[in-house]
Design a binder for this molecule. Structure first.
Ligand code: C2E
Ligand code: CA
Ligand code: CA
Ligand code: CA
Length: 281
């Protein structure tokens, strides 16, 4: 048994080393990916539930290494955060999506929601970077939503001052802040009142399962929407896949929805077409 244990340790050790090596290689390739322009931004429509028109888009990064399959963000965002590469990558996503949406905003009032990682908010010049991306693109601050997770603002019970001060400054300029994946973290509800935020995005794990009635899911979704409304926060439901879910969200007074029911994330030209069609309808 002792021998087996040792062998397992060796195996574990080798696996760990192989994993580290792979991570190091991915970091190298990601570093090159920036200069070689291998990233893309896809856009997923945000739908206003009262009239089901597109009022915004969420920017979602993709990595397209030449001659290979497109890599989804779950495969490289973590590694980019650990290595700090998320700082230049995140700045690129912001500049690129502000540029794309500036024209849509002028013609149709479209807003853009951009994911921001905790690592980016630790940078002293994060706020200036955001203002600079807006100025360069001509997108007004009111048309930008920054999506952050609960963990950004609250880390094991203590509020992170640097993040708060960046977001407060940016909100002073008219930029909006949304809490992403709301309800999946474990922060106290008091934070919703105290922190500099404007919207909550209801995580898709709260959507009722398709088919059978799901009274527990309904109760939770209603509680979140009522809570947000009481605090004058906007609500965006994520991962909406069925007409039944849409009907429920409309009945409960959720403001906006996003999900495969309306559209998957799509490349810029397809998003432009969807926005135009929605405005003409
Ligand atoms: P997220 O911010 O929660 O984004 C929503 C994810 O849910 C997207 O996955 C989207 O494609 C997917 N989704 C949308 N509608 C539906 C639906 O109806 N059903 C299901 N099952 N899924 C749906 P994606 O694009 O693969 O992104 C995964 C995560 O990667 C994002 O989760 C976000 O945390 C991160 N990410 C994406 N782009 C960026 C970025 O530019 N910066 C940072 N820091 N993170 C990003
Ligand atoms: Ca998001
Ligand atoms: Ca989310
Ligand atoms: Ca998520």
């Amino acid at each position: 048994a002792k021998e087996a244990g040792r062998n397992q340790m060796v195996l574990f050790d080798e696996e760990l080393r192989a994993k580290r090596l792979q991570a190091a290689q991915t970091v190298e390739r990601l570093r090159d990916a920036i200069t070689r322009d291998e990233f893309l931004v896809f856009y997923q429509p945000l739908i206003r539930l009262t009239d089901e028109r597109i009022t915004g888009v969420e920017a979602l990064i993709r990595w397209q290494p030449p001659g290979e399959k497109m890599v989804p963000p779950d495969r490289f965002i973590g590694i980019s955060e650990d290595s700090g590469l998320i700082v230049p990558i995140g700045a690129w996503v912001l500049r690129e999506s502000c540029r794309a949406v500036a024209g849509w905003h002028r013609r149709h009032g479209t807003v853009v929601s951009v994911n921001v990682s905790p690592r980016q908010l630790r940078e002293p010049d994060f706020g200036m970077m955001v203002l600079d991306a807006l100025r360069t693109s001509g997108l007004p601050p009111q048309a930008l939503i920054l999506e952050i997770t609960e963990g950004v603002l609250v880390n094991s019970g203590t509020v992170t001052e640097q993040a708060i001060s960046h977001l407060s400054m940016l909100r002073g300029h008219g930029i909006k802040v949304a809490i992403d994946d709301f309800g999946t973290g474990y922060s106290s509800l008091a934070y919703l009142r105290d922190l500099p935020i404007d919207n909550v995005k209801i995580d898709r794990s709260f959507m009722p399962a398709p088919g059978a009635p799901d009274p527990a899911a309904r109760t939770l979704v209603k509680a979140i929407i009522d809570l947000a409304a009481g605090l004058r926060l906007g609500t965006i439901a994520e991962g909406v896949e069925t007409a039944e879910q849409v009907a429920l969200l409309q009945e409960l007074g959720c403001e906006r929805a996003q999900g495969f029911f309306y559209s998957r994330p799509v490349p810029e030209p397809d998003a432009a077409r969807l926005i135009l069609e929605s405005a003409d309808a």
